[in-house]
Write a protein that binds this ligand. Structure first.
Ligand code: SF4
Length: 260
């Protein structure tokens, strides 16, 4: 059942050293994929900076003002609208994507068009109420031609995500795709290997990586099913039906102690 390995060896578009918003990095240690999907567990112990805002905000409107008025990187020159996060600040679950695309840039809202349909259907399928979830992204302005944001853009924009996560203080974060996972986890992970794992961040935050809804739109095999499965796992953690990342870590440590 338990196979130990390092999750840092796989390929990803960004190495952890490429994107250095260190304040986002949690104390990452234990993972377990949900409900018998993979039967693998990973044990990693690595001290990192705490998950907290370097420049705290006290109100969501302050956060929105910062984002919509931000000119800190070159993406502000080509954007139509910056896209602050959406959803209640008391949300227990935060979904983190990568960057606005064309529709989001025009509408000023995260996740529009086909990807939004995929996400909404997956949330509906697993019984999560979108009105109770905060949806946000690493970068708040659309990169031209919908390219992947550069490491500099990700790092520059990370202060907004830090502030947002500090304000919302979620119990569970679902990261969409390898880049969002790498930034939150602090190291690169191949999404096909870690989708559905429960990672432990500081403050008992559980991080669940999964595929990006855009992957499902593009027909990436298993993306839609994995997205649904992993959002279901997020709900199960919130409902107390599935162990949190911290509890998984605790079990792994206990087992390691018994085995020594
Ligand atoms: S992408 Fe982020 S850092 Fe760059 S201008 Fe937009 S809000 Fe500011």
């Amino acid at each position: 059942m338990s196979a130990e390995r390092s999750p840092g060896n796989g390929r990803a578009r960004y190495a952890a050293s490429d994107c250095r918003p260190q304040m986002l990095h949690g104390y990452v240690a234990g993972t377990s994929r949900n409900n018998g999907v993979a039967g693998e567990e990973v044990s990693v112990t690595e001290a990192m900076a705490p998950l907290e805002a370097s420049t705290p905000v006290r109100h969501v409107r302050e956060l929105e003002r910062r984002v919509t008025g931000c000119t800190s990187c070159d993406l502000h020159r080509t954007r139509n609208r910056a896209v602050p996060g959406e959803g209640p600040v008391g949300a227990r679950l935060v979904l983190v994507g990568v960057a606005p695309r064309r529709q989001e840039d025009l509408q000023g809202r995260p996740f529009s068009g086909a990807a939004r349909n995929v996400l909404d259907n997956a949330l509906l399928d697993v019984g999560l109420d979108v009105d109770e979830i905060r949806i946000t992204s690493l970068v708040r302005c659309r990169p031209p031609t919908d390219r992947t944001p550069t490491s500099v853009e990700v790092e520059t924009c990370s202060s907004h995500l830090e502030a947002e996560l500090g304000l919302v203080a979620p119990e569970v974060i679902v990261s969409f795709g390898a880049l969002a996972t790498a930034v939150l986890y602090g190291r690169s992970l191949p999404i096909e290997k870690v989708a559905g794992y429960r990672l432990s961040l500081r403050r008992d935050v559980t991080l669940i990586p999964t595929y990006h809804p855009v992957d499902a739109v593009r027909g990436v095999p298993q993306a839609a099913a994995a997205l649904r499965r992993d959002l279901g796992a997020a709900r199960a953690v919130l409902d107390g039906r599935l162990r949190t990342g911290a509890q998984v870590l605790q079990d792994l440590r206990a087992r390691a102690t018994v085995g020594t």
